[in-house]
Each structure stands twice: as structure tokens, then as C-alpha cells.
Design a binder for this molecule. Sequence first.
Ligand SMILES: *[C@@H]1O[C@H](CO)[C@@H](O)[C@H](O)[C@H]1NC(C)=O
Ligand SMILES: *[C@@H]1O[C@H](CO)[C@@H](O)[C@H](O)[C@H]1NC(C)=O
Ligand SMILES: *[C@@H]1O[C@H](CO)[C@@H](O)[C@H](O)[C@H]1NC(C)=O
Ligand SMILES: *[C@@H]1O[C@H](CO)[C@@H](O)[C@H](O)[C@H]1NC(C)=O
Ligand SMILES: *[C@@H]1O[C@H](CO)[C@@H](O)[C@H](O)[C@H]1NC(C)=O
Ligand SMILES: *[C@@H]1O[C@H](CO)[C@@H](O)[C@H](O)[C@H]1NC(C)=O
Ligand SMILES: *[C@@H]1O[C@H](CO)[C@@H](O)[C@H](O)[C@H]1NC(C)=O
Length: 890
Amino acid sequence: MMDRAALQLILLGVFLISASSGPVKKKQNVDIYSFYINSTVTSRYATTVITSRVANTLNESQEIQFEVKIPKNAFISKFRMVIEGKTYDGVVKEKEEAQQQYNRAVSRGQSAGLVKSVGRTLEDFKTSVTVAAFSKVTFELTYEELLKRRLGKYELLINAQPMQPVADFKMDVHIQEKPGISSLEVKGDLSTGDLGNAIKTTRADKDAWVTFYPSRDQQTKCKSCGENGLNGDLLVTYDVNRQNPNGEIMVSNGYFVHYFAPSDVPRISKNVVFIIDQSSSMRGRKIKQTRLALLRILSDLDEDDHFGLITFDHEVSLWKHELLKATEANLKNAKSFVKEIKDRGATDINAAVLAGVDMINRHPREGTASILILLTDGDPTSGETSIEKIMGNVKKAIGTKFPLYCLGFGYDVNFDFLTKMSLENSGVAQRIYEDSDADLQLQGFYEEVAVPLLSDIQLKYPGGTNLTKTSFSLYFNGSEIVVSGQITDNSVESFTTEVIAVSKGSNVTYQDTTIVKDPSEVPPENEGFMQRLWAYLTVKQLLERQVLLKGQEKEDEKKEALKLSLKYQFVTPLTSMVVTKPQEGDVEVADKPKEGEREEMGERAYAGYDVDFDSDISHFHPPTLMHFPVAEDYNDHMIDFPLPTLMHFPVAEDYNDHMIDFPLPTYGSPTMHTITSPAVQVHSNRFLVPVVGQSKPLCFDVPVPHKLRLLQDSASEFSMNGESLSEQNGFHQIAIHYKTNHHLIISTRSISYRNGQDNVEISWGQELTQHNRDGVSLVVLKNEMNVTMGNIGVVIISHNKDGVMFLWPAIWEYPKDVNLTGVLGKSDISYVKTKGSQTATLKIKDKEVKTSLEAVSDYRLPSAPIQECWLVPFQAVMEAEISDFTITQL
Ligand SMILES: *[C@@H]1O[C@H](CO)[C@@H](O)[C@H](O)[C@H]1NC(C)=O
Ligand SMILES: *[C@@H]1O[C@H](CO)[C@@H](O)[C@H](O)[C@H]1NC(C)=O
Ligand SMILES: *[C@@H]1O[C@H](CO)[C@@H](O)[C@H](O)[C@H]1NC(C)=O
Ligand SMILES: *[C@@H]1O[C@H](CO)[C@@H](O)[C@H](O)[C@H]1NC(C)=O
Ligand SMILES: *[C@@H]1O[C@H](CO)[C@@H](O)[C@H](O)[C@H]1NC(C)=O
Ligand SMILES: *[C@@H]1O[C@H](CO)[C@@H](O)[C@H](O)[C@H]1NC(C)=O
Ligand SMILES: *[C@@H]1O[C@H](CO)[C@@H](O)[C@H](O)[C@H]1NC(C)=O
């Protein structure tokens, strides 16, 4: 791989979500001798620099990786490598241009490693470079973000996972806030246990410092760390003083920023309508979590709030026809209604939202704030299903009178549609991740909008131009409105801000004038930040608005966003960073992943898993807080997977074309096949049983659908089960359990592994992806997965036959001295052929069995070659009935 002339790396957001698991191979020949994370926050604008210094301790050149996780909200703004005194800087280019370079490399036949990943809050940046023997490399990555105030706190999230214990590890956070810091807290899994002692916080009036200098020893001993060193997050939360109700205004170098977050305002009572999807896709954990969250939210309503509840599937049900006051009696009644919410039917979003709008419109209350909250997990499938028409109807009905918030549950929702519909109606869309903490996510969202303080907020800056968004429908306690812009006349001595809003039915105005300081007074490190903050916010908002615009306006705004991204070297969805490496012509491209693209990852299967195992998995739910699934991926040169070498001792196998209408072999009970009338197509999975010393394997059929015990070893508490669907080959889901805490669920769409701590999500079709820890090794490459748990190794192949996906398990080597059971558990079958060439009798375990030579697709191999086998009854091989292997739960 070192001689490849170009290697390309694109971070997108499609495939891989895995958890905080350490790297698979300990790179003994690489010494990360120093790892610094340096974060500077100036007035909520955070710039973080990660610097990793690595030595190649090998006597030959090798590829050295640099991989870090950064917050999704951030833009990468700089990447640099220093090798042998020379500096290689990444350059941000228009995406198409970078893509062309990438395509050229591919068409030249050069290896192009696609890395695509995005997690719930973090995304992955990864690169590698070839470093000469005993040489060193320095990687430096910078990213920038404006910290958002949520529930009264700004949150700075820093992930640290250097991949090995580092002699010189330092994390420095410096927060500078002009109005003074009112509270500061350090949380996250890196702050727990012994590691907590490595954290020091220092506070002055306007500054705070957090340092985290864990010793090499401490780096291996924390809860989420292992022999690969630190692996986790630090979350620094803080808030600032707010003496001035008009907000904080800063002016510098022709730019200004205004932070507006009054809190000494009475709350406005709400009219809130919850529109809850109860379509059948909400089945299982999702609907349970929704009920739980709603019950808590109802308990949080204030008595002067009015509320309504609407549930919908293909029809719309109202709890009550109008909004009712949140009195104790009404809440009690509503809670009984919530407890009865059941999943059923299709999804009529149009009718449900219109019913909600109507409910609010019929109940105008002076001086209140109306809010509509839609929760759905799917596309509109019933009633009006045209997205365009639904959006038109909803926009017309709401008529800018109040905001619509859309919560998209899981990955089957059309999140672009929800985003667009909420933006059109001055709300926001938020994704609720399918996880054990979904109820907390729902509740968290509600808390953010629970206390409206102002409505119809207009911010005015007479001396400003090129302003970011200045009009907001509601301002909630605990949040913050930030407006930035340029100053028309840079020589002005004062700058005026004016905010007009409605508070509890009366108009209020906040007016302030700031003296513009002499620029020479601005500390040099602050000079650029405000301009960058303005650019950051402008680009974010331009990109967000893209979904609402059409035609020329859309193009113009896109162009503007691109121009700013290039000028400020932000890696945004419109740009890519191109890194030229020391090797001749070697180029890498890093893109910003797009969240929605993860839809392909297919949480559908995952949802099925939740439904089926709801009661069983509660004990291995991952921790609910600070849980950031992220990506991991390794290049092919790092393969070091301890699977035993391939021995031709094949086993399981399937063939499964439709009708079983061949003459039945007879053995034991001759009616073993569930063959019905010839008109009915009976599907079955055909398993291949290789036999040592014989050229033709045996095979047997198992009718579908079924849930089967495929392999079990009671001694090591290992079991593998598979579920087949009717009308389909192979298995649509395979579950592997090991000891009490390891659970691997493999579906045709994704792979999910939990061990009580980690929550690893891998999807099919990737470049090599590995997870290796605690005697569990998972290796996925394209459509093949190797799983080793303890001393048992199995291979799962994902097949695509005529567009239908299915899984097939294979065991290439049976561990010795292990008593395996299950459909694939037999490894010691032998037979003797007694007569005939096409139809024959075999002697298996001293029993005569009639057989015929049949075809079988060997699905144990990705190419699924067709081969011949002696078809025998299940009982002849297994010495048991199929029912002895069927199970009720995977
Ligand atoms: C962090 O950045 C600040 C400001 O650029 C600098 O003064 C400080 O030395 C840096 N700290 C480390 C550990 O690199
Ligand atoms: C590296 O060292 C090993 C043993 O220490 C030796 O066998 C090998 O030839 C060396 N390689 C080079 C390129 O010098
Ligand atoms: C807004 O939040 C602050 C704390 O962040 C609290 O002190 C204040 O009472 C809240 N205001 C209302 C109206 O709830
Ligand atoms: C506003 O932005 C436009 C485009 O970026 C620029 O041409 C113009 O000079 C800016 N206005 C001011 C007052 O700087
Ligand atoms: C608030 O101001 C708007 C226009 O600025 C006006 O139409 C409205 O009547 C005012 N409301 C109150 C309560 O004064
Ligand atoms: C899985 O193991 C088999 C047999 O050892 C090997 O041929 C194959 O390449 C492995 N696949 C992956 C994805 O590592
Ligand atoms: C293997 O396990 C099965 C079922 O658990 C049991 O019936 C059988 O006796 C065991 N055989 C050996 C050799 O341990």
C-alpha cells in the first residue's frame, strides 16, 4: 500500500458507526510520544487543535495513521503534517474539484480508500502517511465551532482516543468570556474514577482553564480505557454572567456579535399540541419510550399551560377535541390516554398535523405561545402522501403563527422532509436516535422548549450589514440568540442594538449602545475570531436554508456559502480538504459527512432486534449518557486477524430455490418435509454438510420460515441463532450471544454489537473494519464478516440475490474438544455410498438412507458456486427432529 501513488480518503457519513472500541492491532512499531489537545474558547467560539507526534520505531518505512473524532457541529479548518522538517498543509477546495482528483486517481487504478462515518455527536477524521524508518511525523488538526447554549449551559465536547498510551498527553482548555464565567463543570467518561484526579480546573473572573494531564499509567486504567489507552470524552460545560438584559455585544475589526439571552422575564404560558405517530413501525421499544417520555413531559407542564394530544396512524385520534388546561384532573386523564397508545396502521402525517394546527387555531389565547410538536418515525404512507402537498397544506394552515417542531425517530424517517417542514414553519427538526435513552432524548428536547420567554423576536442593528438571522419566533429560557454581522462604517464610535419582542402579550424593547473600542485594545488572539464566528454562522445558516430555496436564489446562496467556506478554509458539505502527501502525487480528500446519509445504514433491522429482544436486552443497554458511537476503520495493511487458516473442512450450506418437488428421500419418518400441494411453493434452506474423505458433500433441507439454533457451545456460553423469512433465501437476521454480556445482531442491513459498555454498529459493504477486545473479534470486509468469540470462529456472508439480501453462516474450522450442538454443530459425519450413480442409497451411522444427487448453491462463499450434494433427510444427519432446533427467540 505504500507504493500506491494516490490514496484518497473521503469522510462522508454513510456507513460505519462503531463504538468506542480500541484499535484492533496494537501498533508496537509506532510510538505516539506526544498527544496534545488544545481548545480555546473566546466568547463561545471554540477553536480546537489536536497535535499528535508519532515516531516510526521500525527499521523500514511504514504507513502511520492519524484518526480523531470531532463534534459534528464543527468545521475542520486546518490540517497539517510535518515530516522530516517539511510541512504539508491541507487545502480546502470545492467538492467537485476534489472529487475529480479522486476520480482521476480511481480511474488510474489507484487504490482509493473510502472512509465514511458519522456518529450521534461526533464524526471521524482519519488519514495516514508513509513515514521512513526511525522517522517522525507530526499531525495537526484544527476545527472550529460556535458553542450552543442548551438548558442554560454551553457544552464543549472533546474526544480523546490516541490509540495507545502516550508518554506526554495533554489536554488544555482555555475559556475566555468577557462578562465572566458563572459556572463551570467537567463531565464525561474521562472525568470518572482515577482519571478525575488528572483534571485540574482554574478559574479567574473572565477566564477558566481546564487541564487534563493523565499519566501513562492512568491512561490504561480508566473505565473506558484499556491497553490501547484513553478512549472517551471530556465534556466541559459552563455558563456566563448576564448582568445586562440587553445581551452582550462585541465589536472588533469591522465585525460584531450579539449574544441575547435574557432570563429575568416571566414565562409565557404555552398551548402545546403533541402529535404522536403510532404507526406499526413504532412497535416495540420506540412506542414504549414515547409513552414514557410523554408521561414525564405531561408531569412537567405548568398549570397555566394548555395542551392537546393527537395520535395518528392511518387515522387520527384526539385525546380531547380542544386544548385543555393542564390541571391535575386533565393530566391524570391524559396520562391514561398516553398509556393506551398502541402501535398499529400506516402513517397519515398530513391529517394529523392539520388536526393539530386546527386545535391550536380554534383556541386562540392572548399572550401565550403556541407550539406544535410532531413525533414520527416514518414517511407519510396514508392519506396525503405527497411531501410537497403536505408541506403546502401545513404551511398554509399554520400561516407563520406558531412554530412546528419535528422529531424524527430513528433512521427510517425522511429527515430532509421533516427539516424542511419545520424550517418552513419557523421550528427545527431533531433526530431522536434509536437507543436505550430515546425517552431521555425526547424529554430533553421538550425541556429545551418548555419555558418560552419571548415571542416574535426581531433584532435590529442600524450600523450593521450582512447580518446572520435576525428574526426568531420564540426564545426559550436556557437558550441563546446569537446574531453576527459586519459593520457598515468601521470608524463609528458606538454601535446600537435593538430587540423588539412580545413578552406575555405586551411588546418589549431592549435597546443598547456600545462604545466601539480602539482596535488596538483588542488582544491579538481575538482579532480574527469574530470574523470567523460571523463566517461560521453565515455558512451554517446559508446551508440550512438551502432546503427551503429553489432556482436562482438557491444557487446564489450556495455560491455565497461556498465562497465563504473557501475563504475561511472550512470543510463544509460544499467543500473538501485535499491533502497532498510526501509520496509522489499522493493525495487525500476529506469531506464533511452528511448526517442524513446514514439512513442507508438501515436501522430497520436494528428496530426489529429491539422489538424482539426488548425484555431480554435491558440488562445490556449501553450507558445512556455520554454515549457517542463513532467510526473505526483500518486499512488493509493492518490486517492481523487471528482467525485460523482456511481448512477445507466445510460445513453449512444452503440452496434454496423455490419449490421442493423432488422425490423425497426416505429415512425415519418419511413425512419430514413440509411439502404441501404442488401449487404451493414451499421454501426451504438447504444446508451443505461436507464429509471428510468424500468428494460429494451431504445436504439437507430445513423449511422456512423458522428461527433456528445454528450453533451452540454450552461450555463457553456461545450460541448462534438465525431467523429465516418465508419467500426468502438464507437468514434475514443472525444473533450471536457469548457469555452473558456479548450480543451480536447481524441483519442484512447492519451489524450491531453490544457488550454492556461498547455499542458497535458496523454496516456491510465497507473497507476493512475491525473490533477486537475481550476475546471477541469482529472483522468485516465488504460482504463478509468473521466473528471469533472465545475459541469459536464463524463466518457470515451477506448475499444479494436478485436484489434480495440474505445472510449465510459458515464454519471453516471446528474447535477441538468442544461439544457443539445446533444445525451446524455436526462436524464428524461420514457416509458410505452403497449403490447407483444418480439415485443412490447411503449408509450413514449404520442406517440406509435413500438419496438423490441435487444441486446446491454454496452460500458459504461470497461467489455462491453451484455444486452437487447428496440430499438426505435432516434426521439422517442430525439424529434429531427439526423441532429440536427451533427456538422462539433469537
Ligand atoms: C495552546 O494554545 C495556546 C494558544 O495558542 C498556547 O499558548 C499554548 O501553549 C497551547 N498549549 C499547548 C499545550 O500546546
Ligand atoms: C530490520 O531488522 C530486522 C531484524 O532486526 C532485519 O531482519 C531486517 O533485515 C531489517 N530490515 C532492514 C530494511 O534493514
Ligand atoms: C430561567 O432559567 C433560570 C436558570 O437558568 C432560572 O433562574 C429562571 O427562573 C428561569 N425563568 C423562568 C421564567 O422559568
Ligand atoms: C457583505 O458581503 C458581500 C459579499 O460577501 C460583500 O461584497 C460586501 O462587501 C459585504 N458588505 C460589507 C458592508 O462589507
Ligand atoms: C405590539 O406591536 C405591534 C406592531 O409593532 C402592534 O401591532 C401590536 O398591537 C403591539 N401590541 C401591543 C400589546 O402593544
Ligand atoms: C475470514 O476467515 C476466512 C478463513 O480464515 C478468510 O479466508 C477470510 O478472508 C476472512 N474474512 C475476513 C473478512 O477477514
Ligand atoms: C454434548 O452435549 C450434549 C447436549 O448438551 C450431551 O447430550 C452430550 O452428552 C455431550 N457429549 C459430550 C461428549 O460431552
